[in-house]
Design a protein around this ligand. Structure first.
Ligand code: AHR
Length: 551
């Protein structure tokens, strides 16, 4: 039986919206079956924009081909970086990007990726052993063309913050300290600041987010939580800050490993309560991968297919993803036992579905899979979970940005496509920085048959946030066949105007390819209405955003 740790060790709406008066006549033909009640006097907290974050690992086609095409490429680029990608990431207001891993991070020496590009060493990539025969050499042997300078430049072009993950498994603490020095020491102050300036970057990068290792329970060093806590204390002691707060993210648990969180914190605090002050965030990783309906826990055998699935598999994936809400509240509960002031937040820096190989848009790209409408619904559901817990989750990073697992984009040479997942980030962008409001979703469950047994799943869920006079309600209708007709009731505000943007398709397998790029794209419906209530139809298998201007 293989688990994820072993695997990694091997390297390898039709829509109707009506004012209350209109609703009466409409209801004569059909009644609302659901209700969304937005409670303006019950704010939950500010939604951290960083919940809408991304993850870029030096893994197969993610970096080389996906992001980096080279300055001399015929593919449109800005300083070697894929232009169409940068443009859409600006559009979705991408806030933070994590790099260089993932497992890769704990094998990476940042010093290989600075200085003149042609002098940088080639190294064996962590993922080399899993690469196919046909893969380009850059996927197996890292040319180090993209290093700290190029990655930070990519982030600045998008308007997002870099989040760098330090190597704890195979580099000493001094290397981490010097990476911070290279990035953040003032112009002219240190030899490393001079090296940065020589590359064209005299001003400090002012990198704020730093991961101290990655999955330290597995590919990041096979540490016990106690051992890792000792390393965390050591790597975080007397780091130079150069006037900016360094937000350190501790390598956290895999899914529901409560003991990792508890034992790590116990050890970090052994030397006194100051230990907590070093931790900005506790990482949490959760992949929805086991679609075997309880038959196996084997990491390979348990996986499902990205494209070939039936309605039961659809719900199964959502069930696996929905575990996220319990993981957020559960790990938060453990944190609360140690951190009564709730200073330490959760950083869900890897999330998404993980299918078996076979659906790659670019054959040979390792871990690449084809996102469908199912993954869009999954992603909307996950972002809604984060929105509902703004006081707990401060950052989240979808795994991974391009040519990988739950990717927003697929690209190969001059081909580029925005996946349904990418469009979800477009629909949800207006939540960033909004005040989350408690919102009650009431809807009948979906009923279906699962391996001969009656099964059910919730019928409508989502989240709401307000900023100034703009209200955003996002919602997911998971039913593969039934629309949901919901009455929207605003408690404490009235509607001036509204529009609905949504993703749906009659085919639950619908997806965008290099040749057919517009199969799943946002559809918009402008609405003219007023008052406190409205009726909205959410099509089957849909993810939707209502943008409402308030009086
Ligand atoms: O996202 C792929 C891999 O999944 C990452 O490298 C690792 O952190 C996780 O196990």
């Amino acid at each position: 039986m293989i688990n994820r740790r072993d695997f990694l060790q091997q390297g390898a709406i039709g829509l109707l919206l009506a004012p209350r008066a209109g609703w009466a006549s409409f209801a004569a033909s059909r009644s609302a079956d659901s209700r969304i009640e937005v409670l303006f006097d019950e704010p939950l907290g500010t939604i951290s924009p960083n919940i809408y974050g991304h993850f870029v690992e030096n893994l197969s086609g993610v970096l080389y081909d996906g992001i980096w095409v080279g300055e001399k490429s015929s593919v449109a680029n800005i300083d070697g970086l894929r232009k169409s990608l940068i443009e859409h990431m600006r559009k979705i207001k991408a806030t933070v990007v994590r790099f260089p891993g993932g497992c890769f991070a704990d094998s990476y020496d940042w010093r290989d990726g600075i200085g003149p590009s042609e002098k940088r060493p080639r190294r064996t990539n962590f993922w080399a052993m899993g690469e196919s025969e046909k893969a380009p050499a850059s996927h197996r042997y890292d040319p180090n063309t993209v290093g700290t300078n190029e990655f930070v430049h990519f982030c600045k072009l998008i308007g997002s913050e870099p989040y760098l993950a330090a190597n704890v498994r195979s580099l000493p603490a001094a290397a981490f300290q010097q990476w911070v020095e290279y990035c953040n020491s003032p112009a002219g102050s240190t030899t490393l600041a001079d090296a940065r300036a020589a590359a064209g970057y005299p001003d400090p990068f002012r990198v704020k987010y730093w991961g101290v290792g990655n999955e330290s329970w597995g590919c990041g060093g096979e540490f016990t939580p106690q051992e890792y806590a000792v390393e965390f204390r050591r790597y975080s002691t007397w780091l130079p800050s150069y006037g900016d707060n360094l937000n350190l993210i501790a390598s956290g648990p895999n899914t529901d490993d409560w003991s990792w969180t508890r034992e790590f914190l116990t050890e970090v605090l052994r030397k006194g309560p100051g230990g907590l002050r070093r931790i900005y965030g506790m990482a949490l990783h959760h992949y929805a991968w086991n679609l075997s309906r309880g038959k196996t826990q084997d990491w390979v055998a348990g996986k499902g297919d990205a494209l070939k699935f039936d309605a039961v598999d659809w719900y199964e994936l959502l069930r696996e993803g929905e575990r996220m809400e319990g993981l957020v509240t559960g790990h938060w509960q453990v944190l609360s036992e140690f951190d009564h002031q709730h200073r330490v937040k959760l950083v869900v820096d890897e999330w998404g579905p993980w299918y078996r190989p076979g659906s790659e848009a670019t054959p040979g790209d390792q871990l690449e899979q084809m996102p469908t409408l199912r993954d869009a619904v999954f992603s909307g559901m996950t972002l809604d979970i984060f929105n509902r817990h703004p006081e707990k989750v401060t950052m989240a990073n979808c795994a991974q940005l391009i040519n990988c697992l739950n990717s927003l984009y697929l690209a190969h040479a001059d081909k580029f496509v925005i996946t349904p997942v990418g469009h979800v980030f477009e629909l949800y962008a207006s939540h960033q920085g909004g005040q989350a409001l408690r919102t009650i979703f009431s809807a009948p469950n979906v009923h279906y048959e699962r391996d001969g047994q009656a099964a059910s799943y919730w019928g409508l869920k989502g989240s709401a946030s307000v900023r100034d006079k703009s209200l955003t309600i996002t919602a997911v209708n998971p039913s593969t066949s039934e629309p949901r007709l919901a009455e929207i009731a605003l408690r404490g505000a009235t509607i001036k105007e509204a529009a609905m943007h949504f993703l749906s398709n009659a085919d639950i397998h619908a997806h965008n390819t290099f040749d057919q790029r517009d199969v799943v794209i946002p559809q918009t419906k402008p609405l003219s209405l007023s008052g406190e209530t409205a009726i909205v139809e959410f099509p089957p298998a849909s993810v939707a955003a209502l943008t409402i201007q308030l009086n």
